[in-house]
Design a protein around this ligand. Structure first.
Ligand code: FAD
Length: 260
């Protein structure tokens, strides 16, 4: 059985993230990494492999050349192989374009189960998995906080505010997982060394049968037309107790903010 985990390479949230002139993410400004929420997807695929028999886990990403760093992390965690779809024409794609490329790449590499994160930590639209499943014509079971796999089906627990549902789908299928599903492992030294020898397949749009005119900024259904940086945080107010009036001045301050 083949499990393909979709992972996204995103700008490090600890760095100074910004936008390029065309309102796409400025990838030069800050280092990228495997989207933290996708670590749960990788971990879950590895756990399913460990709980089953004869299962191969392949990590797949669509992104610029740097995106191989996200694949490297997935390989270090334990994925068996990786696929990078990289093509200049993908730059600026919206969720619709991204889902097209991901779906065609999945068709190209083949899969029994697709595992994704619940959302990326940069775009955080949370729609790519559903769009990919629709394009592939396979069932989707989303926001899983528990996943069980059999030879013919996948079953998940989906925790809502009022109830937890158990949902089952026949394979091939797509599952997206939440950050409640597991605790992602850290790559071990052995895993880091082993990753260096694992295969990374590189594909272009032509390889997966996507025409450049179908993706990228010009083909986007929705466009970010403006991006304005948030103003820097102001220093907070410090209330100093001088002569026992601290509590009174604190209440005055809170009242002025309409907090009491
Ligand atoms: C500055 C900026 C400008 C943008 N401009 C636009 C715009 O004009 N129009 C527009 O519609 N969108 C725009 N976006 C959104 C951007 O295109 C999204 O990143 C993209 O649509 C995918 O959505 P997402 O990352 O939110 O994925 P989500 O749907 O949140 O991702 C969920 C899961 O799908 C998988 N996945 C997502 N992306 C990939 C990938 N590349 N490779 C492999 N797996 C993946 C991962 O498993 C991930 O956990 C912009 C984003 C930024 C940061």
């Amino acid at each position: 059985m083949k499990i393909v985990v979709c992972v996204k390479h995103v700008p490090d949230a600890q760095g100074d993230r910004g936008f390029a002139a065309d309102t796409t993410t400025d990838r030069e400004a800050v280092d990228g990494l495997l989207s933290e929420l996708d670590e749960y997807a990788v971990e879950e695929a590895l756990r399913l492999r460990e709980a089953g028999e004869d299962i191969e886990v392949v990590a797949l990403t669509v992104g610029p050349d740097d995106a191989r760093d996200a694949l490297k992390k997935a390989l270090q965690m334990g994925a068996d192989g990786a696929v990078l779809v990289s093509d200049e024409a993908v730059h600026g794609s919206d969720a619709v374009g991204t889902s097209l490329v991901v779906a065609r790449a999945l068709q190209h590499v083949g899969f029994d189960l697709v595992v994704t994160g619940m959302a990326s930590t940069d775009g955080s639209m949370g729609v790519v998995p559903a769009m990919v499943a629709e394009r592939l014509g396979v069932p989707q079971v989303t926001y899983a906080s528990e996943v069980t796999l059999s030879a013919t089906s996948v079953r998940i627990r989906r925790d809502g505010d009022a109830a937890s549902e158990t949902v089952e789908a026949s394979l091939p299928a797509l599952v997206s997982v939440t950050d409640q599903v597991n605790e992602p492992r850290y790559p071990s030294f052995k895993g880091i060394m082993a990753a260096k020898k694992k295969p990374v397949t590189e594909l272009t749009l032509a390889d997966i049968g996507v025409d450049a005119s179908e993706v990228g900024l010009d083909a986007a259904w929705a466009k970010a037309v403006e991006a304005t940086a948030r103003p820097a945080k102001q220093a907070g107010t410090v209330v100093v107790d001088s002569g026992g009036d601290g509590a009174e001045r604190l209440v005055e301050f809170l009242a002025a903010q309409k907090l009491v």
